[in-house]
Write a protein that binds this ligand. Structure first.
Ligand SMILES: NC(=O)c1ccc[n+]([C@@H]2O[C@H](COP(=O)([O-])OP(=O)(O)OC[C@H]3O[C@@H](n4cnc5c(N)ncnc54)[C@H](O)[C@@H]3O)[C@@H](O)[C@H]2O)c1
Length: 376
């Protein structure tokens, strides 16, 4: 079996989901390549070693630049806060490594363009971990749309709601709360949560032409975890935007970390001329489907349990009727990446594809700032 030697940078939340993906993919998918957990890189050697022991990495590095110098590493997996994506990805490409980068691709479009140029110049395989494409129910939604079952699409609606930053005591910056620090995150809910909704939307419903957005920062000052200083909060705590898609449909998106009671409620709904689709991350193995072509006396919303072998990815899992969950989306992305090494096809979304989400995020943020419609 051919091997793909992984060097992973960062061992937090995503470090765990990816490591699980690498460990599981070959158990469930027939693939020519097998990932080898060669090295994990983090600044604290003891913590990196503990992670390596727990997940089965062969070695540790404390400086990602050393990781890039190693001949025994084929692919760099970037699981760090957003402000490090570009520097690591560009250097990795220049070192001839494949790059798997967490989302959002970059801090902004300008940085994303440089990343795409570096990756394409080096000609290295790449992908961005917009994993919600690989929830089988969402993949099935794509299939139903591509088959034309919805007909002309009129509306695309998506929400991503959380409630973890309501307390003014939550700090900004540092290990667990870098997402509240604009210097580390780039933006708030727009780049963190709406980026997922936008990636899925572009995939399912095509390009967005223009946007009109509002953002709000509810807590204006927070203590910085690293300096102890009270500093202005520069991220968007909440963002809502509406938009036109190039296919003529209207889009409506909302995200916030102030929706008390919601932890990670990603929902989407698509209304077409003939049928509608609805999906909810809290019930991720179901796809709600309404088909106007059904016999009127039994017409209604169906809740399709996605567990059968002829539904996307499910033939690789257990038996019909049994669910899979969140972690499987990362296993699917690993499997698809390994498959792409066999076929020579790109593993979507590539850097170039993920740049489109970055462009929408930038247009959203500048629309909110200038209180004006913005072209993407
Ligand atoms: N695809 C998804 O659904 C999803 C979900 C969560 C996070 N993310 C993305 O993944 C990335 C990481 O987020 P997370 O939630 O795992 O964060 P996290 O805070 O849990 O982990 C970040 C890791 O980066 C490490 N790190 C920071 N600076 C470093 C450096 N200079 N060198 C080496 N390691 C360094 C930290 O030690 C930590 O291990 C972000 O870009 C985030 O947007 C994606």
């Amino acid at each position: 079996m051919k091997t793909l030697n992984i060097g992973m940078v960062g061992y937090g939340f995503m470090g765990r989901t990816h490591s699980n993906g690498y460990s599981q993919a070959n158990h469930f998918f027939d693939l020519e390549y097998k990932p080898v957990l060669k090295a994990v890189c983090a600044r604290n050697k003891d913590k990196a070693q503990a992670f390596a022991d727990q997940w089965g990495y062969e070695s540790v590095e404390t400086d990602w630049k050393e990781l890039l110098k190693r001949d025994d590493i084929d692919a760099i997996d970037i699981c760090t806060p957003n402000n490090l994506h570009a520097e690591i990805a560009i250097a990795a490409a220049e070192a001839g490594k494949m790059v798997l980068c967490e989302k959002p691709l970059s801090m902004d479009t300008a940085e994303g363009i440089k990343m795409c140029e570096a990756i394409e110049k080096a000609g290295v395989k790449n992908t961005v971990w917009y994993n919600y494409r690989r929830v089988p129910a969402v993949t099935l939604a794509k299939q139903l749309i591509d088959e034309g079952r919805l007909g002309k699409i009129y509306h695309y609606r998506a929400n991503f709601l959380q409630d973890w930053t309501i307390s003014e005591d939550v700090p900004q910056g540092g290990a667990a709360t870098w997402r509240l620090d604009a210097d580390a995150a780039g933006s708030g809910v727009t780049g963190d949560l709406l980026a997922h909704c936008i990636d899925t939307a572009l995939w399912l419903n095509g390009e967005i032409s223009d946007v009109s957005a509002v953002t709000e920062t509810f807590v204006k000052q927070r203590t910085h975890a690293e300096t102890g200083e009270k500093k202005e909060v520069k991220i968007d705590d909440a963002c809502a935007f509406h938009c036109h898609f190039k296919n003529g449909s209207l889009g409506l998106f909302e995200s916030t970390r102030y929706a008390r009671g919601h932890k990670a409620l990603y929902t989407l709904e698509i209304n077409g001329q003939n049928a509608s689709i609805r999906w909810d991350l809290h019930d991720l193995h179901r796809l709600e489907y309404f088909d106007h072509g059904d016999d009127s006396i039994v017409r209604g919303w169906r809740s399709v349990h996605i567990s059968d072998g002829d539904q996307p990815y499910m033939g690789n899992w257990w038996v019909p009727g049994l669910n899979i969950g969140y972690e499987h989306t990362f296993i699917h992305q690993v499997a698809d990446f390994l498959k792409s090494l066999e076929t020579g096809e790109p593993c979507e979304p590539t850097f170039r594809t993920a740049l489109e989400t970055q462009k929408v995020c930038d247009a959203v943020l500048s629309s909110a700032q200038e209180r004006a419609w913005k072209n993407v």
